[in-house]
Design a protein around this ligand. Structure first.
Ligand code: FEO
Length: 427
């Protein structure tokens, strides 16, 4: 639903607690990579205590006027004692410089990582800087009859992120987590349109690469009494808010049934124009399988789209990619899978590349560069074989598979010694 119908006044969440954010119904692309069919919202909040007023997050700079208009409808600037920054990305900190000018007496509560990042976001203005107070889990601010308690929840979705819990009311201000790009002037989850798709899409594209951090955050959040979750984007979750916490736990928990829990998993992706790279893939897979302790899966990318492999990739211990070289490059289906690796956490997984080539053979090195760029371990040199692999070259593929298996299982790799390189030892 468009923003029409929403007045410029703040919207009450609880007595003395208001939404003062902004709606951006025409946005279609967020952070370049994220599509949104009906825009988004930038949610900011005001909490009034007996001793002062707290502002939690701000909005994108181009929506600052709306934010200040709503803020002024519930508080004076000289009442603001506290500014909480749950997340510094510019869609939430865009109006911060102006807020600091209007409420220079306010103390700014943020994570220690945020304090470091803020220096790069707020270039020196010559004005007296505010008082920054780094906080972590269980640190509190007393607003008078109301207590803000902080939760250290980094990487949701930048290193700086935190959540803020309003203890007496059971309200949790979460920044990006539990948010989604869904713009609806009715604001609350029990009154807006169906936003389930946006909620899941947001998790998959923003939070999924950080799922271990999501689980850490959920462990802090689950014990809380929660009456309402107030995220930084999308609907405010006042109806059955705990369902969304449960859903996040489900989403962040490994999904695939693993029959062989004690085994490591190696997934081998390949594509082959004339069967040469396929024979390499099969030999590599057979070599890895022969070592025991590794469950090997072989996938021809000619038979699948990259998206269907995301769960497998996320849970694999090792990934090997085989591509022929065409026009001095790896082929598109391989790049499609490689680009999908950014949506999951692949840091530290074992990676390898191989492929048959005609005359130049750049594909293997390019794949290895990409894997290293994504912080996979690539300890073994990739295999490039000119055109049709012969028996000796297929043995090399098999050995590469064996060595990958050894790296995965932590066993010493078999060491082959060239007799020609041995020197006579002096008596
Ligand atoms: Fe909504 Fe990570 O910013």
């Amino acid at each position: 639903m468009p923003a029409a119908g929403l007045t410029k006044a703040a919207v009450e969440l609880a007595p003395g607690v208001h939404w003062v954010g902004a709606l951006d119904p025409h946005l279609r692309n967020f952070d370049i990579i994220l599509k949104t069919a009906n825009g988004t919202s930038y949610n900011a909040y005001v909490v009034r205590g007996e001793h002062g007023v707290a502002v939690i997050d701000t909005v994108k700079e181009s929506f600052a006027d709306t934010f200040f208009e709503r803020l002024e409808s519930v508080a004076r600037y000289d009442e603001i004692t506290t500014i909480v920054l749950n997340h510094l990305e510019p869609d939430h900190s865009g109006a911060l410089p102006e807020l600091l000018k209007r409420a220079p007496q306010a103390k700014v509560y943020l994570s220690s990582r945020a304090q470091m990042m803020l220096k790069a976001l707020l270039k020196p203005s010559g004005e007296k800087p505010p008082e920054y107070i780094p906080v972590t889990t269980d640190d509190t601010v007393n607003l008078g009859g109301r207590t803000l308690r902080f939760l250290h929840t980094p990487y949701l979705h930048w290193p700086d992120t935190q959540c803020t819990y309003l203890v007496e009311d059971g309200l949790l201000f979460t920044g990006d987590i539990f948010g989604c790009h869904f713009c609806d002037a009715r604001l609350f989850n029990d009154t807006v349109g169906d936003f389930r798709f946006s909620f899941e899409y947001y998790y998959a594209h923003i939070m999924r690469p950080f799922r271990e951090y999501v689980l850490d955050a959920i462990a802090l959040i689950e014990p809380l009494d929660i009456n309402l979750i107030a995220p930084a984007h999308g609907p405010i979750l006042r109806h059955q808010p705990r369902d969304y916490v449960h859903r996040y736990r489900e989403l962040a928990t490994p999904r695939l049934f693993n029959e062989a829990k004690s085994e490591k998993t190696l997934v081998v992706f390949y594509i082959s124009a004339y069967g040469n790279t396929r024979r390499m893939a099969e030999a590599l897979a057979a070599g890895a399988e022969s070592m025991g302790g590794v469950r090997v899966s072989l996938y021809d990318l000619e038979g699948g789209e990259s998206g269907i492999f995301t769960d497998l990739i996320e849970e694999a211990d090792g990934l090997a990619f085989g591509s022929p070289t065409i026009n001095a490059d790896a082929v598109k289906p391989i790049w499609d899978v490689l680009s999908s690796l950014t949506t999951v956490n692949v840091k530290g997984k074992l990676g390898a590349a191989f492929g048959s080539y005609g005359w130049s053979g750049e594909a293997v090195r390019l794949i290895e560069d990409r894997l290293r760029g994504l912080k996979l371990r690539v300890p073994l040199e990739g295999l490039r074989i000119k055109l049709v692999p012969d028996d000796r070259e297929l043995s090399q593929c098999r050995e590469l598979g064996e060595q990958l298996a050894c790296h995965l299982t932590g066993r010493a790799a078999p060491r082959e010694i060239e007799f020609s390189q041995l020197q006579a030892t002096p008596a």
